[in-house]
Structures are given as structure tokens and as C-alpha cells.
Design a protein around this ligand. Structure first.
Ligand code: ATP
Length: 271
């Protein structure tokens, strides 16, 4: 596998707290990776190190073969790793369209391009195309602060994608979204990201979302990756059930499913 992202022997300590312990993980282009773990397990620390928000205490991170360990977030964004936060980072008093234009303006703002006015025809056309891709064009002229939560989330992710990153890290994309809305929102997001050909890593507490949308799960516990496997395997792993999803809303369901699978395996080996 040729890795687009590779963390090697990554460690992070805060005084006596070990937030990342010997993380070794390689992610291939186009993978969709779910990062799970209980509160304080080290998920955000990992994302922060990959995006340059925190320097690791030791170890290295490579992106597309280039060492990016400890680079500033702006440099890492420019290289092609972007992130979106749990709480949508949008300009609440600006319209959806203007939010997109501002994000595109920032993404374009290097060299002489920084001197271009914000409203130029090609940028406006790009903004409209992105709004259509994320199915929020109907909200184009609405002020972001008045948007339903799910639409604001879509806008936030669309804004994170304007720089055309190769890797996107999402922090709990369905947090604050109703049960009725969450699959619809994720269907739109995942279809758009697939079209853009971006590798996705997202932190998620909702195991139904993990099960449905990721190809691979990284389960964190006390700063370590305790399981790295496809969801069908990871979500019934006894360690993952004990240390990660036991307290999550779907924990009971996952435990029951693991028990059924364990029983079936037992019966098969008895036969
Ligand atoms: P959550 O789901 O609550 O966001 P998490 O899995 O993202 O949790 P982290 O935020 O990465 O966990 O935290 C891992 C550990 O590192 C925790 O014990 C946390 O208290 C500690 N930690 C994180 N950031 C800092 C910091 N800046 N200073 C001190 N300790 C920190």
C-alpha cells in the first residue's frame, strides 16, 4: 500500500498525561477511516498532531511521502490536509454564498491572487458549484446564523473542501444532528467527498455512522490504538466493546451482536 498519511512511533505527553502512545498507522489514498474512542482517549490529540495544531513529543508524520512533523497548521493546510471542527466554523452574519466566497478567497490568497476582489465571476461560479454539490444551494442567500444545524454543518464541510485538500479530517460530523437527519447528511457529505477524491478520517461517537460509512476503524484507548480493522471486525472486538463503545448509545446493541457472533463461532467450532 502506498500511504498518503503515515504516522510512525508518534507520542504526545502533557506532563504526566500520555495523550498519544506509540501510534503507528498508515492510511492509503481514498480510504474512509473512522476514529473512535471514549472521552480523553486521544482522538483529538492525534488529529491535532496530523493537522499541525500540536507538535508531537516524538515520532514522525509523513504526508504524500513528505515529512510534515511539527509544521505549522497553515503550511499543512497548503500542502493538502484540511479539517472541520465539531462546532461549525462559519461566519454567522454572512450569507451561505458569501461564506463560500470568503473561504475560496482565503484558499486563493497567495501571491498576486490575494489582491483580487472577492466577487469575481470564476469564483462565484465555483461557489455555486460547491453549494450544489453539497445540496445547500437553496440556502444560498440565507444568513448562516439562521440555518438549520444540519445545513450549517454541510456549509462548514463545504468550506473546508474549497482548498481541494487530499485529506480531510472531520470532528464528529453528525454531532448535534437529529437521528432523523444524520444519515441524510452523511449520504450527502460522503457522496460529495467521494466525488472530490479526498481521503477522509473522521472522529465519531455514533457507531451506526461508523458502521455505515467507514472502511476502517482506528479505536483509541489511553492514547493507544487498540484496534485497527474494518468496522464489521472492530465493532465486535471485545477490547473495543469494553473500552470504547460500552458507554456509547449503541453499546448494548454492539455487545449483543458480538455475543451472537461469538455464539455462532462457538457452535461452528463445536460441530
Ligand atoms: P474527547 O472525545 O473528549 O474529545 P479525545 O479522545 O479527543 O476526547 P484528547 O482530547 O486527545 O481525547 O485527550 C487525550 C488526553 O490528553 C486526555 O487525558 C486529555 O485530558 C489530555 N490533554 C489533551 N489536550 C491537553 C492539553 N492541551 N493539556 C493537557 N492535557 C491535555
Amino acid at each position: 500500500m502506498s500511504a498518503i498519511l503515515e504516522a510512525t512511533s508518534l507520542n504526545k505527553t502533557f506532563g504526566a498525561v500520555t495523550a498519544a502512545k506509540d501510534i503507528n498507522v498508515a492510511v492509503a489514498k481514498d480510504e474512509i477511516v473512522g476514529i473512535i474512542g471514549a472521552n480523553g482517549a486521544g482522538k483529538t490529540t492525534f488529529v491535532n498532531m496530523v493537522t499541525g495544531w500540536l507538535p508531537p513529543s516524538s515520532g514522525s508524520i509523513k504526508f504524500d511521502g513528505k515529512d510534515i512533523t511539527g509544521l505549522a497548521p497553515r503550511k499543512i493546510t497548503r500542502l493538502g490536509i484540511c479539517r472541520s471542527f465539531q462546532v461549525a466554523q462559519v461566519f454567522m452574519t454572512a450569507t451561505v454564498f458569501d461564506n463560500l466566497l470568503i473561504a475560496l478567497g482565503i484558499a486563493d490568497s497567495h501571491g498576486f491572487a490575494a489582491l483580487k476582489p472577492l466577487r469575481v465571476a470564476d469564483r462565484e461560479a465555483r461557489a455555486d458549484a460547491i453549494l450544489r454539490r453539497y445540496q445547500i444551494h437553496d440556502y444560498r442567500d440565507q444568513v448562516a446564523g439562521t440555518l438549520p444545524q444540519g445545513i450549517r454543518k454541510l456549509l462548514d464541510i463545504a468550506m473546508a473542501m474549497v482548498a481541494q485538500p487530499k485529506i480531510l479530517l472531520l470532528d464528529e460530523p453528525t454531532s448535534g444532528i437529529s437521528i432523523e437527519e444524520k444519515f441524510g447528511l452523511m449520504d450527502i457529505v460522503m457522496a460529495a467527498l467521494k466525488e472530490d477524491g479526498v481521503t477522509v478520517l473522521f472522529v465519531e461517537h455514533d457507531m451506526e455512522i461508523v458502521e455505515r460509512y467507514v472502511g476502517r476503524v482506528l479505536a483509541f484507548y489511553q492514547g493507544e490504538i487498540i484496534c485497527d480493522a474494518p468496522p464489521a471486525q472492530a465493532l465486535v472486538d471485545p477490547k473495543v466493546i469494553e473500552f470504547v463503545i460500552g458507554d456509547e448509545p449503541q453499546g448494548q446493541m454492539m455487545r449483543e451482536r458480538a455475543a451472537v457472533q461469538g455464539g455462532a463461532q462457538g457452535e461452528a467450532s463445536d460441530a
